[in-house]
Ligand binder design. Structure first.
Ligand code: NAD
Ligand code: AKB
Length: 313
C-alpha cells in the first residue's frame, strides 16, 4: 500500500508529541509532505516547512490547508490538565473551538482525515480505577477532561452525521526523551529522568503510591500512525480508543532508576496535581483497541527506564 500521496499538516507541532510525530511522519512520507505549524517554532532543527498558526484562527487554518493541498491533519494544540485548571475558560475555548474548526473543514471535504487525541482524563473519580474499560462511567472532574470528553462526543457525532473520517486515542501519560512535556499531571515521569541524571535527586509533585497509566512515546507515535493508516472499516470507535501501556507509581519508577543510578533519591511533595491524579484511572483496559486494529505496546517499565536513561545521557 502506498501512503505517498498524503499531504500532512501537524498543528501544535512544537509540543511534546508534535516534535516526535513530525520526525516519524517525515521518515514515512518525506519532509516535503509534512507541514508543521504552531504558535512557536520547534526548538529542535527540522527540515519541514514551518508555518506560524493560531489554531483558533479558522481563516488562517483554511488558508494553510488550501496553500499546501492538505489531506490529513494531526491536531495536537491543546491546554493540558494542570495548566487547564489554572485557566479553565481559555482551556475550554482552545480545546473545543480549534477542534470544531477542523471537524468543519473535514465536513466540508477540505481535508480527508483528522487525528485528534483524547486522554485518560476523560475518566473521573466515579470510574472504576483498575483496568478501566472502554465503556464505563465517565464523570471527569478537570476542565481538560471535560473538554476531551465533549470532544469525543463531537467527533463521533461528526462521523455519524457527516461521515467525517476522524480517529482518536485516549493517550495515557507519555514519556519520551526527545521533547519536554507541557503542563500535564503525568509530567513528573519525564522530569524525573532529567533530574536523576543532572542532580541524582527529584522532588515529586505526586505521592509515592500514585499509580497512573503511562506509555513510552515511541509506542504512542506508532499507535497514532497505525490508527491513521488502518482501513476505515476497522475503526469501529469514532469517539476515542482506550490505549494501554504501563502502569506504575513514582516509587516504582524511582526504584527502577536506582538500578542504574544507585545514589538517586526521590522525595514527595504533593501539590494541586495530586487531586487530578487521584481522579484518573490507575490502569487501562484496551481490549477493543487490540481487537479492532491489532494494537500491541512494546515497552514495559524496565525497558522504558533503560531507554530513557541511555538516550538522555
Ligand atoms: P504540548 O503542550 O507539549 O504541545 C502543545 C503545542 O500546541 C505547543 O507547542 C503549543 O505551542 C501549541 N499550541 C498551543 N496553543 C496553540 C494555538 N492556539 N495554535 C497553535 N498551536 C498552539 O502538548 P502535547 O503533550 O504534545 O499534547 C498534544 C495533544 O495530545 C493534546 O491534545 C493533549 O491533550 C494530548 N495528550 C497528551 C498527553 C501527554 O502525555 N503528552 C496525554 C494525553 C493526551
Ligand atoms: C496530562 O497529564 O494532562 C496529560 C494527559 C494524561 O492527558 N499527560
Amino acid at each position: 500500500m502506498s501512503f505517498q500521496k498524503e499531504k500532512i499538516l501537524i498543528i501544535g507541532a512544537s509540543g511534546q508529541i508534535g516534535i516526535e510525530l513530525t520526525e516519524t511522519l517525515s521518515k514515512i512520507y518525506g519532509n516535503d509532505c509534512v507541514i508543521i505549524s504552531d504558535l512557536n517554532p520547534p526548538i529542535n532543527s527540522t527540515n519541514n516547512t514551518f508555518e506560524k498558526l493560531d489554531a483558533l484562527d479558522k481563516n488562517a487554518l483554511f488558508d494553510l490547508v488550501k496553500k499546501y493541498s492538505i489531506t490529513q491533519v494531526y491536531h495536537l494544540a491543546a491546554m493540558l490538565s494542570a495548566t487547564g485548571e489554572k485557566n479553565p475558560m481559555f482551556a475550554w475555548k482552545l480545546n473545543m473551538e480549534s477542534l470544531f474548526h477542523l471537524l468543519d473543514l473535514a465536513k466540508e471535504k477540505h481535508i480527508k482525515q483528522l487525528y485528534w487525541p483524547s486522554s485518560i482524563a476523560v475518566f473521573g473519580p466515579s470510574t472504576p480505577a483498575e483496568n478501566t474499560p472502554q465503556y464505563t462511567v465517565m464523570e471527569p472532574s478537570t476542565i481538560y477532561g471535560i473538554s476531551k470528553q465533549a470532544g469525543e462526543r463531537w467527533c463521533e457525532w461528526y462521523f455519524k452525521k457527516y461521515q467525517v473520517d476522524v480517529r482518536s486515542l485516549r493517550y495515557p501519560g507519555l514519556i519520551g526523551w526527545k521533547s519536554s512535556p507541557g503542563g500535564g499531571t503525568t509530567d513528573y515521569a519525564v522530569h524525573i529522568f532529567h533530574e536523576a541524571i543532572k542532580t541524582q535527586q527529584y522532588e515529586c509533585f505526586l505521592s509515592e503510591s500514585t499509580a497512573l497509566p503511562m506509555m513510552h512515546m515511541e509506542d504512542a507515535i506508532r499507535a497514532t500512525i497505525e490508527i491513521m493508516q488502518a482501513p476505515a472499516e476497522k475503526i469501529k470507535i469514532r469517539s476515542s480508543y482506550n490505549l494501554s501501556g504501563i502502569s506504575f507509581t513514582p516509587k516504582q519508577i524511582a526504584e527502577e532508576i536506582k538500578k542504574y543510578i544507585p545514589d538517586f533519591k526521590i522525595s514527595y511533595k504533593p501539590d494541586f496535581r495530586q487531586a487530578i491524579a487521584d481522579s484518573w484511572p490507575k490502569s487501562i483496559n484496551d481490549d477493543e483497541t487490540k481487537k479492532d486494529w491489532g494494537w500491541k505496546e512494546k515497552y514495559d517499565l524496565p525497558k522504558l527506564v533503560k531507554n530513557m536513561l541511555e538516550n538522555i545521557k
